[in-house]
Design a protein around this ligand. Sequence first.
Ligand code: ZN
Length: 371
Amino acid sequence: MSRKTGLMWNERFMWHEQGRYAGILPADYPLQPGRHHENPETKRRLKNLLDASGLSEHLTPIKAREISREELLRVHTPAYLDKLEAGNLEAAAIAGFDAPYTRGSVDIAKLAAGGCLAAVDAICSGQVDNAYALTRPIGHHAEPDEGKGFCLFSNASLAARHAQARHGIRRVALIDLDVHHGNGAERVFWRDPSVLTISLHQDQWFPPDSGFLEDVGEGAGKGYNLNVPLPAGCGFGAYQAAFERVVLPALERFEPELVIVPCGYDAGAQDPLGRMILHSEAFRWFIARLRGIAERFAGGRLLVTHEGGYNEFTIPFMGLAVFEELSGIDSGVVDPHRDIFVAMKGHELLPHQEAVIDAAAALARDIRKPE
Ligand code: ZN
């Protein structure tokens, strides 16, 4: 059965630049200038594959729009917004740790964040069943008072707050699949039980000293932040176990009215900034499970926001699998990497991986639907 899936995209997202970089470092001598790891290619190639395969024709376009200051203040501090605006006029600026930007980037970031809100509007009004926000800059590392890890605004957190403020949605679940910790949403909702934040990530990878199992939230929000810090080298088996023992039981207890998936692809095999070996079929499986939760509890309301992922050749196919699963439409394209990555050694669940997952599963058992 096909579903109505929205695509929020704007070519201007591709025009955000970090400046003179090579990988993650400023390109100063002796480092030859090149490209920043977070450059347009992964996202642009995904958009191009949607077009080339014909899948775009079946998607409902969602127009990006600029987010207002009032909407940004639901998540970010006035001082941080003022700092960004000042930097937006400079040739080069830094929003926080590993978050460089250049003149005009903040305008683009506002369009991307506002586009995520427009996607929430389309979902909650019933214009679409679910949606994918193909944003740049990405958002999941941005915190209330500083940018971080290539991110300026916490797009997924802003989307969650918008759904609560404008659409009467009470409970939102955020399931962060990026290989790096979803620290932004963790901080935003640290004391808030109305938004369940779950992050599956590589243990102590980025940000440093972040994403520990014992970081469960505080006050009323205690128990509503779940970290699954997976050891480097996990394959599909470990991620499936994490879903079946932690993510899905937690969501079934929480009963979200909206599901948001900050979806990074850097847990994919051969990603330069991750050390996992997932493939496109894994992402298809994740979205199928999360769609099942959304259909059971949230009237199908499901938003995917594009996050990290830095292998420009493999990511378009992982993204395509997500779009196929959201829409229920088979593009007919077979991922050329699929058989190679599926055949890789290391997809079975190993004991040291299972130990972390079972510890997280014990925490997930305490989750209750908040009042
Ligand atoms: Zn990442």
